[in-house]
Design a binder for this molecule. Structure first.
Ligand code: 39S
Ligand code: ZN
Length: 748
């Protein structure tokens, strides 16, 4: 059997691409140099995939949706006509651009299905030029020249349309133009092309099915070189039509796609087509169980000739780090972890075993069985299990309802109307990162490290007071990341040294591994937050990361239920929250940034997930006294379709991302804000662009047309950690100015 992977990481084994991008943006290297670096990285990737029969070319300078927009000509007139260079335009749409006469807002981002990767959302509008930017075709062609067994990877038209924002263009018009753009592009790309269509794993209506089929029937003249790739689930709504489409091959996910095997067994698979058979997980890092994988493969192989089966990863390996080389894991999971390079090796081994009749006797198979049996025989923490089984309904409910809590809180806090706050983190400067590195590498003593962090906290408090912000934060300087930091204190979780995964653009995280029963061993945030509160009479809000976010931004064990893991974390957080409460902290924020992200793609699975997610949140927070204010923060969250779940969190104040997305998000929060407080972000922190006070004022006015003034908070749309200090302070200053102006108009 032949081998490939669906996609590969892009950030560089040692984050070379991240670093190159950042020095390019700082103006320290030229366009030629950054493009040369792209080629170098791609060559390194070919080297890492050299043992595979076919390799994907899915590199993107910033994001694959954005890159495809340039290839298709889905570009706003303003940008295309600007005097910026090709790369200048590209990064302007990625990050925003502001200079004298040109002011380009970044396109919004959206979570790529249920992952922590953010893709750019292209905008299709009457201003779209539909003129492809061939520069990007050329740069990509230079990447692929040297490799004959490669296929280009781009999002297919159905998924592209589904993730785009389409404004004021009649349906038939954008559909026809988009299709024409794909025609033009496919004509220009030589050789095989993989069209990624993960949107097929959502529930599909008949109209959506028709649209999808019409797209592909129209592309039939390229069918000989097209692979239609799906992942993140199964294709139950479209399988029969899908496999009959005029394409060379189809990619299916057999890890998350629970129904894909039975679809093949029920409807067969056209034997003349290739099946890209995703059997090694791409979203998780646990070693593949060869016995299970090979038995699945055996069942598939009775439907089509072996030479048409290409073993692959279930989805792109973009979502896992490069390699476990140089890492050390706790004994329980030693030998149980595979990152991208190890997964490539797994795929090769499975292909080898898959071609042997008595694979059970092969040493590779036996070694795998041994490692898997060790991985599945993990010890349980009996105390933790006892606590879980002792839970009752009252553990999930605060003492008073929100209508009675908010007035009590307002009395204690005595805040101005339209209170201003931030989401938690302040800029993480190069000096701070150096400091942390010094501490980790034992160059700095714990005492010096803590002193330095406290200096930063003190200066952060002072800055916020000077800016006139009402509810302060300590700045999260002690945290490298909002999940990794907590993981480093929790038993049952472990962190990696170099396990970087791209989150968006040049931004990366090191997802921890959640492998055992989780318990709190010591307090995690109390020292920093109480120190910050000791410096000011204004309330300092304590910030913690919630259970679902800890889970979704980690590589989570799969041997126990989501509910059990979530409740374990909730209990650990609850201990922390109780301690903060005892130390007279008056506001506590539990971030559930990933609540929406983890929502299952199929609606039939929503309710049971949301019950778990919201119960875990309440379990963590229910012992708060009524007068202690509970905040939660979420980003990239389209709440329109899950209003009951947001309500079920029973938070007092909700701060959300809203500034890049349009006002329909707010409309959906009209009901929520009748009873609870809400702070829809008034500007976009993911862009270095500094919004003017007038711009923010206008946005707040819009908010006031939907949200009662007594329930509205004013804040940025997410944490400030990725911004430079100058950008963050200038924006906050404008935010406070705008608020003060509105207060004056309303109340004097
Ligand atoms: N896990 C997670 N997911 C999330 C978010 C989040 O905050 N966390 N936010 C949303 C948006 N995503 C984001 C993801 C990452 C970053 C981010 O800022 N990442 C940093 C890395 C953060 C980090 O862990 N930094 C470490 C390590 C820093 C480092 O690179 N150190 C240098 C040395 C330092 C130096 O000399 O400058 C090195 O090891 O080479 C630290 O600060 O300690 C980056 O890519 O630059 C921001 C937003 C959604 N998903
Ligand atoms: Zn956020």
């Amino acid at each position: 059997m032949k081998t490939t992977v669906t996609g590969f990481p892009r950030i560089g084994k040692n984050r070379e691409w991240k670093k190159a991008l950042e020095i390019f943006w700082a103006g320290k290297i030229s366009e030629e140099e950054i493009l040369q670096e792209a080629q170098n990285i791609q060559q390194q990737h070919f080297g890492m995939m050299k043992d595979l029969d076919f390799v994907p070319i899915d590199f993107a300078l910033y994001d694959h949706m954005l890159e495809t927009s340039f290839l298709l000509g889905v570009l706003p007139d303003q940008v295309q006509k600007s005097s910026l260079s090709h790369l200048g335009k590209y990064f302007a749409l990625a990050r925003g651009f502001q200079e004298k006469s040109v002011d380009i807002k970044a396109w919004p981002m959206k979570k790529w299905f249920s992952t922590n990767y953010h893709c750019v959302r292209p905008k299709i509008s009457p201003e779209t030029t539909w003129e492809a930017d061939l520069f990007f075709l050329e740069y990509k062609s230079t990447l692929v020249k040297q490799n004959p067994n490669r296929r280009w990877v781009i999002p297919g038209p159905y998924t592209f349309a589904r993730l785009s924002i389409i404004e004021d263009v009649p349906e038939h018009e954008w559909q026809q133009k988009l299709l024409q753009a794909y025609h033009n592009l496919l004509k220009r790309i030589p050789g095989d092309v993989q069209l990624d269509e993960p949107a097929l794993v959502f529930d599909m209506t008949n109209r959506e099915k028709e649209l999808f089929l019409a797209f592909y029937e129209s592309l039939s003249s390229y069918g000989e070189r097209l692979f239609l790739q799906t992942y993140f689930g199964d294709v139950r709504d479209i399988y029969e039509e899908l496999v009959q489409l005029p394409v060379k091959g189809i990619g299916l996910d057999f890890v998350e796609g629970s129904e894909n095997l039975s679809l093949i067994e029920k409807f067969g698979f056209p034997p003349e087509k290739m099946l890209l058979c995703g059997i090694v997980a791409g979203k998780n890092v646990w070693r593949t169980n060869y016995e299970k994988a090979l038995s699945l493969l055996g069942r598939i192989a009775s439907y089509l000739p072996r030479e048409n089966i290409v073993l692959s990863s279930a989805c792109s390996l973009l979502h896992v780090p490069y390699t476990i080389e140089g890492e050390s894991f706790p004994e329980e999971i030693e030998n149980g972890v595979c990152f991208a390079l190890e997964k490539v090796e797994e795929i090769r081994q499975l292909a080898l075993l898959g071609d042997i009749l008595h694979y059970q006797d092969h040493p590779i198979f036996q070694k795998n069985r041994e490692m898997i049996s060790k991985l599945t025989a993990r010890d349980r923490d009996s105390l933790c299990l006892q606590k879980l089984s002792a839970l009752s309904e009252k553990d999930f409910q605060r003492a008073l309802p929100v209508e009675q809590r908010l007035p009590l809180q307002k009395e204690v806090l005595n805040l101005a109307p339209l209170p201003t706050t931030t989401i938690g983190s302040f800029p993480q400067t190069p000096e701070l990162r150096k400091l942390r590195k010094g501490f980790q590498e034992n160059v700095l003593s714990e005492e010096t490290y803590k002193q330095e962090i406290k200096k930063m906290i003190a200066s952060c408090i002072k800055t916020q007071e000077e800016l006139g912000i009402d509810v302060l934060v300590h700045g999260e300087y002690e945290r490298n990341d909002m999940v990794e930091y907590f993981a480093s204190f929790l038993k049952g979780m472990t962190t990696t040294k170099n396990g970087w995964v791209q989150s968006y653009g040049s931004r990366t995280t090191k997802p921890p591994l959640l492998y055992g029963d989780v318990t709190r061993v010591s307090s995690m945030t109390v020292e920093w937050i109480t120190y910050a509160q000791s410096l000011t009479t204004k309330p300092v809000k304590a910030i913690l990361t919630g259970p679902i976010t800890i889970i979704n931004w980690s590589f989570c064990r799969e041997d126990i239920s989501l509910k059990e893991v979530a409740y374990q974390i909730a209990l650990a957080l609850r201990e922390e929250i109780e301690e903060l409460q005892q130390k007279n902290i008056r506001i506590i924020q539990v971030d559930e940034a990933a609540l929406r992200e983890r929502l299952p793609l199929r609606k039939s699975e929503w309710q049971s997930y949301l019950d778990i997610a919201t119960s875990a949140f309440r379990l963590a927070t229910s012992t708060l006294l009524p007068e202690i204010q509970l905040h939660t923060h979420m980003c990239y969250s389209e709440f329109k379709d899950i209003p009951e779940a947001i309500e079920a969190l029973d938070a007092d104040v909700l701060t959300i991302e809203a500034s890049r997305s349009e006002l329909d998000v707010l409309e959906s929060l009209r009901t929520y804000s009748q009873k609870r407080d809400i702070g829809p972000g008034v500007y976009d922190i993911h862009s270095p662009r500094v919004p003017s006070a007038e711009e923010i004022e206008t946005f707040i006015q819009k908010l006031l047309s939907v949200i009662p003034v007594e329930h509205l908070w004013i804040n940025p749309d997410c944490g400030l950690k990725t911004r430079k200090e100058s950008e963050a302070y200038a924006s906050l200053q404008h935010m406070v100015e705008a608020t003060q102006k509105i207060r004056k108009n309303l109340f004097s």
